[in-house]
Write a protein that binds this ligand. Structure first.
Ligand code: ADP
Ligand code: MG
Length: 384
């Protein structure tokens, strides 16, 4: 029998004992760009080996011999068409679905040897349909797992308040409302807060932003990235939207039928060197533009501030995609790059942007379409 750590006593002031999980350490991991960031991670290591699932009464497997290793603090995207097995694969990690065969280790512990209910309490889970309890207030919804873990009232209350702030919902305004009194996007944020409540080392997210409109979705994605930078969970995130995978993922697994991994790599590498036609078809057109959206303005060789023309500028913290949009929109050959206090500190040109793609492509094994720099959509139209 596996020895499970006891839940903290009511009134205990420490964080809940982690069933699986490591102490917070500074880990250096490669992000989606060539930049390496230090992310504070409290995530766990996950290893799936030869995991298969054959649903009862089915002759073909829904998931066949799936193997993958996920590092602590990594944000892994599963992307693939409907029915390819994304949800089934993910749900086996917290045993909402029992694997037919194979092994799943979290921080070296075989999840199949753990009590499934205990396991699930230590893995945050967010789904597309949000799944908030309609008869409970927002605060009560977030408190579900901490309550199960026996936390004191005071500790739960402060955790709820903290989490509402984290997902940018004003506690005083939202804690006592019911789910139906919130917009779809706000409910989605509550779903994320609830999954984070007991500070789980692993988060599983199944198309969590799928039901929201494109604008809300972009906002939630941006917020989510900021959040992940702080909390550094190990996250498996399922989506059928390749752009979402590129935007969010540290690494992307492109899946085909029976959860077959066609390619598992960083967004930049998948975009520049798709492993096969299947992956290439997912990327579609505009791969170069998608890559630009991953590269900060500061990666380009910037010109002197004096070379900039026109009043429209781009912040140094933006991506090359935004810089290109602004260049195309204004028709200027060089636009200003600004610092945090809106001062023009440098300039950027289309040539400098192309050079980044060219240089980058040269250091990668395969070529791909990384030379075309034509916009695939109309440029953003806000005023500078
Ligand atoms: P995805 O999340 O990628 O859309 P799923 O993991 O939900 O895919 O489903 C993978 C395959 O397993 C599909 O062919 C689906 O029809 C089948 N499937 C999913 N759930 C069940 C179930 N409970 N019983 C039988 N077949 C199922
Ligand atoms: Mg699914």
């Amino acid at each position: 029998m596996t020895n499970l750590p006891a839940s903290p006593e009511p009134g205990d002031d420490t964080r809940p004992t982690k069933l699986i999980g490591s102490s917070a350490t500074d880990a250096t991991i490669a992000t989606t760009t060539s930049i390496t960031t230090v992310r504070n991670t409290s995530g766990a290591h996950i290893q799936l080996a030869d995991v298969s699932k054959i649903y009862p009464g089915q002759s073909v497997a829904a998931v066949e011999n799936f193997s993958m290793e996920v590092n602590p603090g990594e944000l892994i995207m599963f992307v693939g068409p409907s029915g390819c097995g994304k949800t089934t694969t993910m749900k086996m990690v917290n045993r909402i679905i029992e694997p037919t065969s194979g092994s799943i280790l979290i921080d070296g512990k075989d999840v199949l040897s753990l009590d499934p209910n205990e396991l699930r309490r230590h893995i945050g889970y967010v789904i597309q349909q949000v799944g908030l309890f309609p008869h409970m207030t927002i605060a009560e919804n977030i408190a579900v797992v901490p309550k199960l873990l026996g936390w004191s009232k005071a500790k739960i209350a402060s955790r709820v308040e903290e989490l509402l702030s984290v997902v940018q919902l004003e506690p005083g305004k939202f804690a006592d409302r019911y789910p139906k009194q919130l917009s779809g996007g706000q409910q989605q944020r509550v779903g994320v807060a609830r999954a984070l409540a007991a500070d789980p080392p692993v988060m599983l997210m199944d198309e969590p932003f799928g039901a929201t409109d494109p604008i809300t979705r972009e906002k939630l994605q941006a917020e989510f990235l900021r959040l992940q930078d702080t909390i550094g969970k190990t996250i498996i995130f399922v989506t059928h939207d390749f752009d979402e995978a590129v935007r969010l993922g540290d690494r992307i697994a492109v899946l085909s039928d029976r959860s077959k991994i066609e390619q598992f790599d960083t967004p930049a590498r998948i975009l520049t060197s798709p492993a096969n036609d299947y992956v290439a078809s997912f990327i579609g057109s505009g791969a170069a533009l998608k890559r630009l959206a991953l590269i900060p303005v500061t990666e380009a060789r910037l010109g002197p501030a004096g070379a900039a023309t026109g009043h429209m500028t781009v912040p140094a913290t933006d991506t090359l995609r935004e810089a290109l949009d602004t260049l195309v929109l204004t028709g200027h050959s060089a636009i200003g790059v600004t610092d945090g206090s809106d001062r023009v500190i440098a300039s950027i040109t289309v040539e400098a942007i192309s050079a980044v793609l060219g240089a980058d492509a040269a250091t990668l094994p395969a070529t791909g379409s990384a030379t075309a720099v034509a916009p695939e959509r109309s440029p953003r139209t806000e005023e500078g």
